[in-house]
Design a binder for this molecule. Structure first.
Ligand code: ADP
Ligand code: MG
Length: 448
């Protein structure tokens, strides 16, 4: 099979599995550049597409390629203007903009209809963010304005953000809203500057009732854009319009944003989403399987949830793959099939990692593991334990609860305080920072 045939067949396969709108938006504009050494190089219209495909469709694409080619292939997205491609998002006036997302407009960033509050599974780790988001959707501009949601990759920020849009739109069909990733806004602004249409850019965003700005951490280091965005944001807020941001980090870690927003955040709310704990990961798998009409046994859910620990997106990808393998091959859903479905998605050593981090910290600080896990508050032991907690968080993205569990059953508030303390010391105490850097190096190079 030639590369062209392979990609055509892969797209055919994907077409049947991905919502039509999403397929047209993200996959139709792609074309194959080359197939060599087991890697398919695919041209996409720009960096944003590459990123989007990587984050949202990689699992599906790899699975489709494997199915079509009969062997495992890698894929690489190469930003390059594609022939016959849909217009890239930075070319059009209304591209990043959708006033009536459900009514068949051509806005690039249509809300995904299944990103709703109904399909969002609530647990301890995201309850506050969920409650705030719902509240905002029902009381636009009246409760928390702005609402700032932050959390790690794949934890449901975009889902919640769009759920606000979907719910608000259902309540008020004429609502003028815009959902856009900060990156797309950036590209649009660059375009506006090049074309000298900055004023139109401002005007366009000014008339909104609701602005949903995703992944605002993208603005770090892009001072020019920040200026423009906050001008717009302030104007919106002053006019009583609702603004919701998401970010992978809290406002305090986006220095210039913090300065600009600090007075504004007073009238708003900052909420975080934590990684789901084991119980919730199992619940997510069971509920998602059920929504798709699959019966997933609890022990299989538990097996997967133990292996995929930090990220709902990976959890979901694994489930999709498991169900696809089951329906395509008729093989029963058991741990062997789950293992195969997991194979490309998680590192085989992942279950070892927490122990490894604790061991490396123990050796470095010369504190035996049982003491790290024990109750002692001696300063030397406490700091080693706090560093372990910090590393478990920053390296493995474990939930506070899981970190507490790994360290002998500590309370999640203890863990939170430990992490905050180390984050503070990293700034204030170069000696400790040096030690942590060395530990990170050790973990990278020394571990299995
Ligand atoms: P983020 O924007 O934080 O990186 P996303 O919102 O894109 O994460 O979520 C990744 C995937 O996981 C999406 O398909 C989303 O629907 C799903 N997801 C995340 N959290 C939940 C949840 N609590 N309930 C249901 N699905 C979730
Ligand atoms: Mg997101």
């Amino acid at each position: 099979m030639s590369g062209d045939e392979l990609w055509a067949a892969t797209l055919e396969f994907l077409k049947a599995r991905i919502q039509r709108q999403a397929f047209e938006t993200w996959l139709a504009p792609t074309r194959i550049l080359a197939l060599n050494n087991g890697t398919v190089r695919v041209a996409v219209p720009n960096h944003f597409f590459a990123d989007w495909l990587q984050h949202h469709y990689l699992g599906e694409i790899l699975f489709a390629l494997k199915t079509v080619a009969g062997r495992t292939l890698e894929v690489e997205f190469v930003p390059a203007p594609a022939e016959n491609s849909a217009p890239a998002m930075n070319t059009g006036q209304r591209q990043a903009f959708s006033f009536r997302p459900s009514a068949g407009t051509t806005g690039q960033f249509r809300l995904r209809s299944h990103y709703t509050f109904d399909t969002f599974i609530v647990g301890e780790s995201n309850r506050l963010a969920w409650a705030a988001a719902r509240n905002v959707a029902h009381n636009l501009g009246q409760v928390f304005n702005p609402l700032f949601i932050y959390g790690g990759v794949g934890l449901g920020k975009t889902h919640l953000l769009q759920a606000i849009g979907n719910a608000a739109l259902a309540l008020r069909p004429g609502l003028r809203l815009c959902y856009t990733p900060a990156e797309a806004l950036f590209l649009e602004l660059i375009q506006a500057i090049e074309k000298n249409t900055r004023l139109e850019f401002k005007e366009k965003y000014r008339g909104l009732d609701l602005l949903l700005l995703d992944d605002i951490h993208y603005l770090v280091g892009k001072e020019g854009l920040q200026e423009e965005i906050f001008y717009t944001f302030n104007a919106l807020q002053d006019a009583g319009s609702q603004v919701v941001f998401t970010s992978d980090r809290p406002p305090k870690d986006i220095p210039t944003l913090q300065e600009r927003l600090v007075s504004r955040l007073g009238s708003g709310l900052v909420v975080d989403i934590q990684p789901p704990d084991l119980e919730m990961r199992i619940a997510i798998l069971l509920q998602k399987a059920k929504m798709d009409g699959f019966e997933l046994a609890e022990d299989i859910a538990c097996y997967i949830a133990n292996r995929v620990r930090s990220n709902v997106r990976t959890l979901e990808a694994c489930l999709v793959r498991l169900m696809a393998m089951h329906s395509l091959t008729g093989r029963p859903i058991n741990t062997a099939l789950a293992e195969e479905a997991l194979s490309d998605l998680v590192h085989p050593e992942e279950p070892m990692d927490a122990e490894k981090v604790i061991r490396v910290v123990s050796e470095h600080f010369q504190v035996p593991v049982p003491e790290l896990k024990g109750p002692s508050r001696t300063k030397r032991i406490a700091i080693a334990r706090q560093v372990a907690m910090y590393l478990l968080r920053s390296r493995l993205n474990l939930s506070l609860k899981d970190i507490g569990y790994q360290l002998g059953g500590k309370d999640h508030t203890t863990v939170l305080h430990a992490i905050e303390k180390i984050e503070r010391l990293l700034v204030e105490d170069p000696g400790l920072k040096g030690q942590i850097d060395r530990l990170l190096n050790l973990l990278d190079n020394n571990g299995r």
